[in-house]
Design a protein around this ligand. Structure first.
Ligand code: NAG
Length: 243
């Protein structure tokens, strides 16, 4: 028998339960409200200082993408090798962990688009990948908590937002910047490869990256490999103090 229930007295009238229970749950909700507010305040504070954890630099990466295209205009593999050789020579492994294994590819299904990616770098606030498909693909970009710099290496990327009646067109050497919060329909026309750099809150982007696998492809080996590589790279970076 619960202690808050009415207890019959000797003469049969019931004693009302005290208000202690109600007051207790009011205090509990005030406490929960304070916790939620504190977490929100902490997150918005982190958001104002996230820049200090960035290592990679958009103008440098744009220059690097263009140099990679110039160095081997007919070979996408040559461009990727150029990028990795340069990055590993430019950044000491004590500052940022990079994944130099250019054979480590996984499928990536997101927003209805499909391609393959090679994760060069992944940490809490940045990632750098090679993404593309020789077949071409098309889908929703997703709405992200990071700014996304999409450097076209080969082929063309087309994009548009509601309201535009003409498409945006990006060719090798171009960078397509998708600021945080923006969504577009995009198409990697007839096959396209890009070096994609995102800076912001990377873990919050992962649900979009996993949703198609969970709701559509059910490609568990790919999902597992993606989680394993991403987790491994984030941890390798944390171990050198790269957030
Ligand atoms: C890396 O690439 C940048 C941009 O092309 C270039 O300025 C720099 O000299 C390269 N660094 C190395 C170590 O190759």
């Amino acid at each position: 028998m619960s202690t808050t229930e009415s207890k019959p007295t000797a003469n049969g009238t019931a004693i009302k339960p005290s208000h202690a229970g109600e007051r207790g749950s009011f205090t509990k909700w005030v406490f929960r409200g304070i916790i939620v507010f504190a977490i929100a305040a902490f997150c918005s504070f982190l958001d104002t200082i996230k820049d200090r954890w960035y290592v990679l630099d958009p103008p440098f990466l744009h220059e690097l993408a263009r140099a990679a295209i110039d160095a081997s205009p007919d070979s996408t593999q040559g461009m990727i090798d150029h990028i990795i050789t340069n990055l590993t020579a430019t950044y000491p492994s004590t500052q940022i962990a990079l994944n130099p294994d250019t054979s480590e590819w996984v499928f990536n299904n997101a927003g209805g688009a499909m391609g393959a990616m090679y994760i060069i770098h992944a940490s809490i606030t940045e990632y750098l990948i090679i993404f593309g498909t020789p077949l071409g693909t098309e889908g929703h970009s997703g709405i992200h908590t990071a700014d996304d710099y999409f450097h076209i290496l080969k082929g063309e990327q087309w994009a548009f937002q509601p309201g535009a009646l003409e498409m945006e067109r990006y060719v090798p050497g171009d960078v397509h910047l998708m600021p945080r919060g923006v969504a577009k329909q995009y198409k990697m026309h007839k096959g396209c490869w890009a070096m994609e750099y995102a800076r912001g809150w990377i873990p919050l982007m992962l649900p979009f990256g996993f949703a198609d696998a969970l709701s559509s492809t059910l490609d568990v080996p790919t999902l597992w490999k993606t989680i394993r590589i991403t987790g491994r790279e984030i941890i390798r970076n944390l171990l050198v103090g790269k957030i």
